[in-house]
Design a protein around this ligand. Structure first.
Ligand SMILES: Cc1cc2nc3c(=O)[nH]c(=O)nc-3n(C[C@H](O)[C@H](O)[C@H](O)COP(=O)(O)OP(=O)(O)OC[C@H]3O[C@@H](n4cnc5c(N)ncnc54)[C@H](O)[C@@H]3O)c2cc1C
Length: 489
């Protein structure tokens, strides 16, 4: 454990050693700048969320992004966006009014820059020996293409950390960034940190990069932005606990514009009993979801699992006590690879009757029996084709809520269930940046000396454009690092 030196100055200071912070640091170091990295975790646990992800990327292969990459962002740019804002954004960027430049929606040119820089960023990661390829996934049905980092996020951060150190970065572990420094004319001039000895020190720099994740590890901010249901929601893996939102708080206090949907987050359905990271349970499209009252509450199969699970899982957090159960029957054995869709290390709860299952789950037996009977009666006739790995249109009839695909009566014992809560992969609220990853203020002006990358950048609304968050870290990190090189050298 090393305390923070009393005098510390470098060209660039980067807060956070996940994929975003390390991509920034290595790009800046490659351009000949000196870099100090600030990381609150002890060295064996550095890297926040990036340490735990399998790092799926919305790409066809290492050179091509998926066909729907930009389209998905455009379709999920925010609720009820003012058409005046959209038409103003169709003009050249320099002509945008300040309220459009500072608007929380994802700027089309920022998203286009993001998408355009993915292949070159992956090629840059390849230059360190890192590889991306198709990998098995827990989603049995998907509506886009994905590849994943070989060795997951852990391989990415370990290799980049090795490179950063080899290029001379100074890394301060167990050191927490708490505030921004400003010089006399207001330029951001570094970071105030608290080191292992609990004392505050200044780390001065000509460029400051916030890559400190979101606020999923901060219950107070979660409650403030997401509401009282935040009490039911926990990070999907240990790394999320380190992301307590200081980077956002300090930048917003300094006048940065917020962007992304502050009241939302990327939700993953996990078994609350499991101690594992990302103990997901994705079998519900082939059964039903019920809440504590034994009632269904949502269409379990409106589309493929990857297109719907963000909303379905967030709705679970809205149920009494923030919990639901998936109920399915022995017909599940007909579905190829069905076990891959459940990563919990806890066993299913099982019984030979629905009433027996209800007893095990602590649910009202009569209500659950009635729910299953009503669902079974609304299922289409057995003759229709059940095709588990493609949308089959087998919808229930005359019952609310609808179930749009894969509806079959639950009749074959044993009946099984898993409890599911909504875990938080990352929060959507972040900072507004331009195409250089420079942070903008609430009037759409560049805040001199300040950059953001990764989860600290706000681009998501509504439904997360799946498998783009690791790429967001690498791309915006590299944009920040290379812009700092261009301006500071
Ligand atoms: C289990 C899991 C699976 C996922 N799967 C995918 C996937 O397949 N594809 C995908 O694209 N995304 C996935 N994600 C999301 C993705 O991994 C993250 O959003 C991304 O890696 C975040 O990178 P980042 O660098 O912005 O933040 P992080 O990796 O979280 O790094 C932030 C760093 O900042 C440090 N820090 C925070 N606050 C401070 C402070 N005040 N002072 C100093 N240091 C601080 C933290 O300790 C941490 O090291 C997954 C996430 C998890 C947890």
């Amino acid at each position: 454990m090393n305390n923070v030196p009393e005098h510390n100055e470098s060209d660039v200071v980067v807060v956070g050693c996940g994929i975003a912070g390390l991509s920034t640091a290595v790009s800046a170091l490659q351009g000949g700048l000196s870099v100090t990295l600030i990381e609150r975790a002890p060295e064996p646990d550095f890297g926040g969320n990036s340490r735990w992800t399998e790092a799926y990327c919305r790409m066809k292969n290492e050179r091509e992004i998926s066909d729907d990459f930009e389209e998905h962002f455009a379709a999920n740019a925010g609720w009820n966006i003012d058409p005046n804002v959209l038409s103003a954004a169709a003009d050249g960027y320099t002509d945008w009014p300040s309220y459009v430049k500072a608007h929380p929606f994802p700027d089309p040119e920022v998203i286009t820059t993001f998408a355009a820089n993915v292949p070159s960023t992956v090629a840059w990661l390849n230059s360190f020996g890192l590889r991306f390829e198709p990998q098995p996934i827990y989603l049995l049905t998907q509506n886009t293409s994905r590849i994943a980092a070989k060795g997951g996020g852990l391989a990415l951060i370990e290799r980049l950390m090795q490179e950063a150190k080899a290029l001379g970065a100074s890394v301060l572990f167990e050191t927490t960034a708490v505030d921004l420094l400003r010089d006399e004319d207001g330029r951001i001039a570094g970071i105030s940190v608290v080191g292992p000895d609990g004392l505050r020190r200044s780390v001065k720099a000509r460029a400051t990069v916030l890559a400190s994740g979101g606020y999923q590890g901060n219950q107070e901010m979660m409650t403030r932005y997401i509401g009282p249901k935040a009490r039911y929601i926990r990070p999907v893996a240990r790394g999320g606990y380190y992301n307590k939102g200081e980077g956002l708080r300090m930048a917003l206090a300094a006048g940065a514009a917020p962007a992304g949907e502050y009241g939302s987050y990327h939700a993953e359905p996990v078994d609350p009993r499991s101690r594992q990271a990302e103990a997901v349970v994705f079998i519900w499209p082939y059964g039903i979801l019920v809440n504590k009252l034994g009632s269904r509450f949502i269409d379990e199969a409106a589309a493929t699992a990857d297109a719907t699970y963000d909303n379905v899982t967030r709705t679970i957090a809205d149920q009494p006590d923030g919990i639901a159960w998936v109920i399915f029957d022995a017909q599940v054995e007909e579905i190829p690879r069905w076990r891959a869709s459940i990563r919990s290390d806890e066993p299913a709860l099982e019984a030979n009757t629905i009433a027996g299952l209800a007893q095990q789950l602590g649910l009202p037996a009569a209500a659950l029996e009635q729910t299953v009977a009503a669902f079974n009666a609304a299922c289409p006739p057995a003759a229709g084709e059940f095709t588990p790995l493609a949308l089959d249109g087998r919808k229930i009839v005359g019952l609310e809520p609808a179930k749009s695909n894969w509806s079959r009566p639950l009749i074959k014992a044993p009946f099984r269930a898993y409890p599911i809560i909504s875990a938080n992969c990352f929060t959507f609220g972040g900072l507004k940046v331009n195409t250089n990853a420079q942070v903008l203020d609430t009037d759409g002006r560049v805040m001199p000396g300040l950059y953001a990358a990764g989860e600290t950048v706000g681009i998501y609304h509504q439904v997360y454009t799946g498998s783009t968050s690791v790429l967001r870290g690498a791309v915006f990190g590299r944009l920040a690092g290379s812009h700092a090189v261009t301006t500071l050298r």
